[in-house]
Design a protein around this ligand. Structure first.
Ligand code: G3P
Length: 218
C-alpha cells in the first residue's frame, strides 16, 4: 500500500518524507488556501517546491470546470514536473478531460468520488488514480469502507489498472481498514500517519528495557 500525505504544508511533507514511508502527495485548492498560497505563479511554484521534496507522485488540481479550461490548466501543471498528476473533479467535463489526458500519456487523479458508479466511469476514462472521500461519506452516515470494498471488487473484476486512492482520511483506522480491503493508496494527514506507529505497550516496554539496562550498566 502506498502512503501519500494530504497537505500543501512543506514542513509536514518533509517530516513525512524523512520518516521514510512517503510515496507521494495530494493537494487541493482548500489545502493550498490553508497554507496561504494564492495567485497562479505562487501556486505553480509551490507545486515545484513539493516535487523537489518528495520522490513520488504529486497531485495538482485544476480549477476550471469546462473541458478546454481543464486541458489548458492540466497541461500547464503536467509541464511543471514529471511527478505531477493532474487532479480533475468527477463531473462530465472532467471525465472528458481524463480521457483526453489519458490519450496524451498525462496521468490523472479523479477527485470527489463518492459512489461505485463514479469510480467505474473514471476508470473507463483512463484515470490513473480515483479518490473516494472516506471522511465526507462518514460525515453523512454512509459506510465509506463499503465503497472502497465495492470499488476493489469492480476494478478487480475487469482488471482496471486505475489505482484506488483513499482520500479524506481522518484517523489511523481508516488507513488500516483500507489496507485490509486492498486500497492501493491512502492519502492521509500527517497526524494519522504518525498515529499508526504509536502503541502504549511499545512505550512502556521500551521504558522497562532502558531502566533495566541502567540498573546493570551504571
Ligand atoms: O483528500 C481529500 C481531502 O483533502 C479532503 O479531506 O477532511 O476535507 O474531507 P476532508
Amino acid at each position: 500500500m502506498k502512503f501519500f500525505i494530504d497537505t500543501a504544508n512543506l514542513a509536514e511533507i518533509k517530516e513525512a518524507y524523512d520518516l521514510g514511508v512517503l510515496d507521494g502527495v495530494t493537494t487541493n485548492p482548500s489545502l493550498m488556501a490553508k497554507e496561504g498560497i494564492s495567485g497562479k505563479n505562487n501556486i505553480l511554484k509551490h507545486y515545484v517546491d513539493i516535487c523537489n521534496i518528495v520522490d513520488g507522485d504529486v497531485s495538482a488540481e485544476v480549477i476550471a470546470t469546462d473541458f478546454e479550461g481543464m486541458i489548458r490548466e492540466g497541461q500547464e501543471l503536467a509541464d511543471l514536473h514529471e511527478n505531477i498528476v493532474v487532479k480533475v473533479p468527477m463531473i462530465a467535463e472532467g471525465v472528458k478531460a481524463i480521457k483526453y489526458f489519458s490519450n496524451q500519456g498525462i496521468r490523472t487523479n479523479c477527485t470527489l468520488v463518492f459512489s461505485v458508479g463514479q469510480a467505474l466511469i473514471a476508470a473507463k476514462a483512463g484515470a490513473s488514480y480515483v479518490s473516494p472521500f472516506l471522511g465526507r461519506l462518514d460525515d453523512i452516515s454512509t459506510d465509506s469502507l463499503q465503497l472502497i470494498s465495492d470499488m476493489r471488487l469492480v476494478y478487480d473484476n475487469y482488471m482496471f489498472e486505475t489505482e484506488i486512492l483513499a482520500a479524506s482520511v481522518r484517523h489511523p483506522m481508516h488507513i488500516v481498514e483500507c489496507a485490509k480491503i486492498g486500497a492501493d493508496v491512502a492519502t492521509c494527514p500527517l497526524g494519522s500517519i504518525k498515529a499508526l506507529l504509536n502503541h502504549p505497550l511499545t512505550d512502556s516496554g521500551l521504558a522497562k528495557f532502558l531502566s533495566d539496562y541502567q540498573k546493570t550498566n551504571s
